[in-house]
Design a protein around this ligand. Structure first.
Ligand code: PGA
Length: 264
């Protein structure tokens, strides 16, 4: 696990975008796993600006989003479809037929729908680079605490904490979805490489448990300790509760010296 410590959320976004851009340049047919939420916004902004300045081409890339609320129309401003199109896809040259986001408007046959999502990921060759945020409760995607570490894409019941955290994205008085369709932890762990971003003090406890705590289904992100190629990119506030910060800085310096390819 590489832990990259940055000063602030802007630097986190820039570093994540730098790695995503380098990965696309190395493999234009890349399959990306994408995340929503406030954390990756800076990364999307940076990727859009690289595209606008003619330095990044998404035309051959494929994407699979992690999750979507259940019971929400694609064109609802609170949907993750809307988030992805308004913050990213409509500003770059991604090919529409290669964008995949779970459809939260389905009303039946959830298991079949989720199996098909898994099959689509497999037929695309699997995810090369997965982007993740982390919830205050340690969730990745919408894999709430006690999700099976082997879980696959499925319907997941949201915790009250997550529902409250998401309230800020909904108009006052609106009903917040109680369930989501989400890739499972097993699905995420199948990605060849994983970048997980975290910013702000509210994430510090979850980040410390994920990196330095025991592997436990109580903290979904701790499952990433099982993956051979994970990079955490976190700002000072989110790194606050880590006990080994100096060691992570040293590892980064030595990685730059001996195996710099791991950082691109
Ligand atoms: P946030 O959400 O980026 O909006 O904090 C992260 C998450 O819940 O996965």
């Amino acid at each position: 696990m590489l832990v990259v410590l940055k000063e602030n959320s802007k630097e986190v976004g820039q570093e994540a975008a730098r790695i995503v851009a380098a990965s696309i340049r190395a493999n234009p047919k890349i399959v990306l796993g994408l995340a929503t939420g406030s954390t990756p916004l800076g990364m999307y902004e940076e990727l859009v600006s690289l595209h606008r300045s003619g330095k990044l081409d998404f035309s051959l890339a494929t994407s699979f989003n992690l999750d979507e609320y259940l019971g929400i129309a694609k064109d609802s401003p609170q949907s993750f479809h809307y988030f992805m199109h308004s913050n990213f896809f409509s500003h770059v040259n991604f090919s529409l037929e290669r964008i995949h986001i779970p459809d939260g408007s389905i009303r039946a046959n959830y298991s079949e729908y989720c199996e098909n999502y898994e099959c689509a990921i497999k037929s695309a060759g699997g995810i090369d680079l997965q982007i993740l945020g982390i919830g205050r409760n340690g969730h990745i995607g919408f894999n709430e605490p006690n999700s099976s570490l082997a879980s696959r894409t499925r319907l997941k019941e949201l915790t009250l904490e997550t529902i409250e955290d998401n309230r800020r994205f909904f108009p006052p008085g609106a009903e917040i979805p109680e369930c989501a369709i989400t890739m499972g932890i097993g699905t995420i762990l199948d990605a060849r490489r994983i970048l997980i971003l975290a910013t702000g003090k509210s994430k510090a406890a979850a980040v410390a448990k994920a990196i330095e705590g025991p592997i436990s289904s109580s903290v979904s992100a701790s499952a990433l300790q099982l993956h051979p190629d994970v990079t955490f990119i976190i700002d000072e506030d989110a790194a606050y509760a880590l006990t080994q910060r100096d060691y992570y800085r040293r590892v980064l310096e030595l990685t730059k010296k001996y195996t710099p390819e791991k950082l691109t």
